[in-house]
Design a protein around this ligand. Sequence first.
Ligand SMILES: [Ca+2]
Ligand SMILES: [Ca+2]
Length: 622
Amino acid sequence: MHVRNKSLTPLCGSSRVARLLVPSAACTLALSLSVWSSGAAAQAQGPNPPPLAMGLIVKLKESQTPSVVRLRPSVRPSDAAPSQRARLYAAANRKRVGFLIQKPTAFGAHVIHSGQFSSVDEAEAEAARLRQDPDVAWVLVNRLEQPLAGRVNTVAVPQSGGVYDDHFWLKDRTARPGVARFATAWGRIGANRSVAPVVTAVLDSGVLPNDDFSGRLLPGYDFVSEAQYARDGNGLDSDPTDLGDYLTSGEKQSNSAFSGSSCQVGNSSWHGTMVTSMLAPPAGSGFFGPGILAPLPGAVVLPVRIGGVCGAAISDVIEGMLWAAGIDYQGSPPANPNPARVINFSYGGSGTCRTGSATDTLYRQTVTALESKGALLVAAAGNGDGSVGVVGPIMPANCDGVVAVTALRKDGTKSSYANLIDGSLSAGYLGIAVAAGEFVSGSPGVTENLHLISDTGASTAVARYIRPDVDGTSFATPQVAGAAALALAVNPGLTVPALRQLLRDSATSYTNTYTTYAGSAPLCSSVNRANCRCDTGTCGVGVLDADKLVELALDLATNSPQPDFSAPAVAATSFVPQRGNGSLAGGGGGGGGGGSLEGVSLLGLLAALALGLRQRFKSGRP
Ligand SMILES: [Ca+2]
Ligand SMILES: [Ca+2]
């Protein structure tokens, strides 16, 4: 089975299998296909393969002092592309860093690589040399981190079967204190006027066509930048269809991009399709039943493909996030006409946002950029060390401004595989939890797991819809993203800070949850990390309550008009990068490629100032 390393891998799994199988690639539908097809026993654990990298992300120092007029949201470097290339080659030559491919990326930086995966250690050695060059501002390794796949137990059902009755996670809390009360929230929305269109982006392995997604997907994009791991024969393109993230043993031996790497052989995960199936299906969906966003009419999910064979490179992830929110950047494809207000990211990697490294600064700046557009990033807390959850969450879920989501059993105790959310993180940090499956010993998948849409194809899709039993923080995450989208639908003016506060205020405290059942599990701690009882020190602020969230959002809409983030002219020009005071300056200056008129930059600056004033007014800050 498989496992590949990727930089950011889908967090669909649960613990045990996770490590073993998953490092990378996707999660494990594959697994299920071959291993679990008849409810077989869990896989044994194995060591994690070393993480992979696809080159470096390099930012050169600014060669000119950018003028106010030149400031642009896309954060292009202050000198022209040919000059940037020449400087990059010179610096790399001075520091003996070879590369074959160079492309501009967000924040005025460049991706350089040889076209082959390397170990992170090898890439770090090159990065260390390049950082010593006087013309280099910062360098980070373009990782494909280990995946945290979960278990999948494939159960094929006919398309006419209908599985809504299985969707305990959409229903009320009777005997299920870990669920989010989506059906109740739908009733509340139905009784309250119109809803605004809200776009939720799913950054994932892509999506497969499906009857249950008909009319519900917006035109997305494919950010998997290199053909050797994209499966569609090219780099960026406008078709986010999932072509599979499988890797055969023959390919691994014969293809120099994979041979010698720790990328694991395995089947396609169809991870993005599973995540999408939790959100997109409309109320009248015959096969699957309604998804979380069922009360919202029209197209609601923006598929953004960032993960291919071996995972998702950080550079592709950052670009996909910015594009999803409607933010232009150096080298960006045509602007996304349907900016997302919520971004679901059920992938994750190793590392922390709290080390001051270039990598975490890049994520933090991305989160800041998203917030300036009113876009909330929701990310999976991770699936542990291969047996049980670890004290987490992992990056980017551990970055300030991101909502980290961990997984519960439906009885409200923590799922064994799910990472803890460290209560000692900064005061403003927000984690939350919700039921997302657990393979209970002796009855795998029967009552505890989620049943989602996938495909039986081990490599390419064969369009046979199946209903695998799955678990993983990958599937807790879209519940929080979907709930946030419902809140925005009834109150589209909510800023990201306001939305985060509502998530915090509406969450059900663990104390209240546990009055409903006589749990014998120990309290979660750094020692008790498997199935345990949560508190705010270990699993975030509480259990997601979608109905309470919508109620509070409606109250706020009634009581205080909010700024309107939907105005694209303002939002599209509102991001001016912060100039970091450390190794990772935001880039800054405008000019550069793209042929934009500088006059537009001034308008953008004015718009940004106006937006900032409005946001400050709204939040009550001076
Ligand atoms: Ca492509
Ligand atoms: Ca494509």
